[in-house]
Design a protein. Structure first.
Length: 682
């Protein structure tokens, strides 16, 4: 993404702003009374500011309050001081605070009295206007203000709501902005000479440690929502529980951070409204081990060649993107820049994050040169048809994807190409994913290490949109208990459910079973062949074959399971899992599954002439390549449980047109791994 910006001259002019009290994760904009936050320094002085006050007063009581911003700007504040603006009051002008607090006595800005939050209206009167400025200062806490900086129509200025700047090489520290409402800060956009990306809602420039922006509402701002920019990495920079909406450019940016920095619990709506430059929802740049978690991002339509909800940008190392919910965005889920390394993306939910009609319709824009990135246990759901799942625009590297992609669900619509170009990296890993429909991977599909992928309906609760719980898995899902154990997986799923010591579920959700789950191996299996091979038995081979073809070439397969050990009269779920180890040239083939008329066939004696016929249709699987395919067989098992004979026999056959290229080979129970299984929960 690229994104150096020019620091504005530090000017202070008038602005119109407001502050709000946060309730849980999303702040509200209503006024309320509040007891001022008290400085901890015993010698600090409390100053009161009231539109009906008088600047000739000492400002040290509500009866002797100051009146104007100019009076506030003339005072150099000391550690432990408080500056309290009267609730319901409104001021025009730019605040330039002077002085610094200390670690045990920060300077606190807040409100007093009852009523709406105090409004500071910057007015956007000159280029570079900043409504509230802290310049080369430390230990300030700004609470419960409403801030605006609206430019007069027809003018083209770069303006900002709240800004903390440090121009020195020594770090500033402890700048907190809490419960503030910053809105209608309308910097000029791309194409004007005053355009500056370092403007907008709440901005930090230079090396500032211990930054907190919490429970703030940033709305209708241009260019940025909340961001930092520092060439030297700052520590303990946290943006927590903010609501950011209707922003021209980026929603949240952490640029130049390390050591316990976080973007957490934020809601970002309708960021990147402009398509004239590269923007994203929440992203990191020059970042080390930053946490991006529990955020909800929706409604992104612009952002030029970027525009994803998430972005591991230039010089990012070890950042973790987890437990996020993105939905109804136009340009995909995430961007990886070439230098991004050791990035972990896990337990996220992405719903309809691609516009099927878009010219840049891809789910993941992967340009990283590094094979140490990991994308696992995410759920990607989309409707319609999209051109690409992976787009690759890094012309300096021959690899389309070179990292880990495990335990993910990719489901819903269709994909023209899984990758923009063939995946050739030997370091690429695609294991234990669920792709549905299976055609998603048919063009430029997974390569490198490819194993145990499932091509079956993941069985969401209600795959439409809305609540994240709609994309939890049913008890019959083939994705339950079929994931690969990932070292250092964070220990919990999207909802905070503890992950098991054994195989986890595939996707962002870990189920909590109320029953007992048993996995049964086949007790017998074989395939049969017609024509001159009609009396030949193939029951001892390590594979079975299914093919629809002319006489002498057609083949069918049989699988038998004994579930008499199940102490139940019915099961909650039952899944038949089969591993396809080879396919011929046909792009797809549909395998129909039936229960058989009798289960009294022997593995070493069954052939085309004596094999039982089908009786009840169970379902079908569409095979597009090597991997595990699963089918819900709950009804078939419950039918058998009602009988005295608790054995089930399945016939698998291709009912399609005859073809010399539609054959598939499956592992049999004699194979050394990935044998046929029946998993039941009761």
């Amino acid at each position: 993404m690229r994104k150096a910006f020019i620091l504005l001259p530090i000017l202070a002019m008038a602005l119109f702003a407001s502050c709000n009290k946060s309730i849980n994760r999303v702040p509200t904009d209503t006024g309320a009374s509040k007891t001022p936050v008290k400085g901890t320094h015993s010698t600090g002085t409390t100053y009161y500011v009231d539109p009906a006050g008088n600047d000739s007063n000492d400002g040290q009581s509500t009866a002797t309050a100051w009146q104007s911003i100019s009076k506030v700007n003339a005072q150099t504040f000391l550690p432990g001081d408080q500056i309290l603006f009267k609730a319901g009051g409104s001021w025009s002008g730019n605040i330039v605070f002077l002085g610094s607090g200390t670690s045990d006595a920060p300077i606190v800005v807040d409100l007093y009295g009852t009523g709406n939050k105090p409004i500071i209206n910057g007015g956007g009167l000159v280029n570079g206007s900043i409504t509230l400025l802290l310049n080369n200062q430390s230990f300030w806490e700004i609470n419960n203000l409403e801030i605006t900086n609206t430019i007069t129509s027809g003018l083209h200025y770069a303006v900002t709501g709240i800004k903390a700047n440090n121009s020195g090489t020594a770090a500033a520290s402890h700048i907190y902005v809490k419960n503030c409402y910053v809105h209608d800060v309308n910097s000029t956009g791309v194409g004007n000479s005053n355009y500056n990306k370092g403007t907008g809602g709440i901005i930090f420039t230079g090396l500032i440690n211990d930054v907190l922006v919490q429970n703030c509402h940033v709305a209708n701002c241009q260019i940025e929502g909340i961001r930092t920019s520092s060439s030297t990495q700052a520590s303990n920079v946290v943006f927590d529980s903010n609501l950011i909406e209707n922003v021209y450019g980026d929603g949240i940016v952490l640029n130049g951070v390390t050591g316990n920095s976080k973007i957490i619990n934020n809601t970002i709506r309708n960021a990147c409204t402009s398509n004239l430059a590269n923007y994203a929802g929440a992203w990191t740049y020059n970042s080390y081990q930053t946490l991006i978690a529990h955020n909800e991002i929706s409604g992104i339509v612009g952002g030029n060649i970027d525009g994803q909800p998430f972005d591991a940008d230039i010089n990012t190392n070890g950042d973790i993107f987890e437990y996020n919910y993105s939905h109804d965005n136009k340009r995909g889920f995430m961007l990886f820049m070439p230098s991004a390394t050791n990035i972990i993306v896990r337990y996220n939910l992405s719903v309809n994050d691609v516009d099927p009609a878009g010219t840049s319709a891809k789910m993941i824009n992967y340009t990283s040169n590094n094979s140490t990135n990991k994308i696992y246990n995410n759920t990607f759901f989309f409707t319609g048809s999209i051109p690409l799942f992976f787009e690759y625009t890094n012309t300096s590297s021959p690899f389309a994807f070179n990292a880990t992609f495990n335990n993910n669900i990719v489901a819903g619509g269709t994909v023209t190409q899984f990758s923009a170009r063939p995946i050739t990296a030997s370091t690429a890993t695609f294991q234990n994913n669920c792709f549905y429909p299976s055609s998603i991977t048919s063009s430029n599909g997974p390569a490198g290490v490819v194993s145990n992928n499932i091509y079956a309906n993941p069985q969401f609760v209600n795959a439409t949109s809305g609540a994240s719980t709609n994309f939890n898995l049913l008890a019959t899902s083939p994705c339950l208990n079929t994931g690969l154990i990932m070292t250092g997986n964070g220990g919990i799923d999207f909802y905070g459910t503890a992950l098991p010591a054994g195989a986890p579920d595939i996707g962002f959700y870990q189920h909590t079973s109320t029953g007992t789950t048993s996995t049964l191996n086949a007790t017998a299996d074989s395939y049969i062949r017609d024509g001159s091979y009609a009396t030949t038995n193939y029951g001892t081979l390590a594979y079975t074959v299914i093919k629809s073809d002319a006489v002498g070439y057609a083949r069918k397969a049989y699988e038998k399971f004994d579930f008499s050990s199940i102490p139940a009269s019915s099961v909650q779920a039952a899944t038949l899992s089969l591993y396809v180890n080879g396919v011929n040239k046909a792009p797809t083939r549909t395998i129909s599954v039936y229960t058989t008329q009798t289960e009294n066939w022997g593995e070493t004696s069954i052939n085309w002439n004596n094999a039982p016929t089908d009786t009840t249709y169970v379902g079908q699987i569409v095979v597009t390549g090597v991997g595990t395919y699963a089918l819900d067989v709950k009804n078939a098992i419950n039918t058998q449980l009602a009988k005295s004979d608790h054995i089930v026999s399945f016939l698998l056959q291709n009912n399609g047109a005859n073809s010399s290229t539609n054959d598939i080979t499956l592992n049999s129970r004699e194979a050394t791994s990935n044998q046929p299984t029946l998993t039941v929960t009761y």
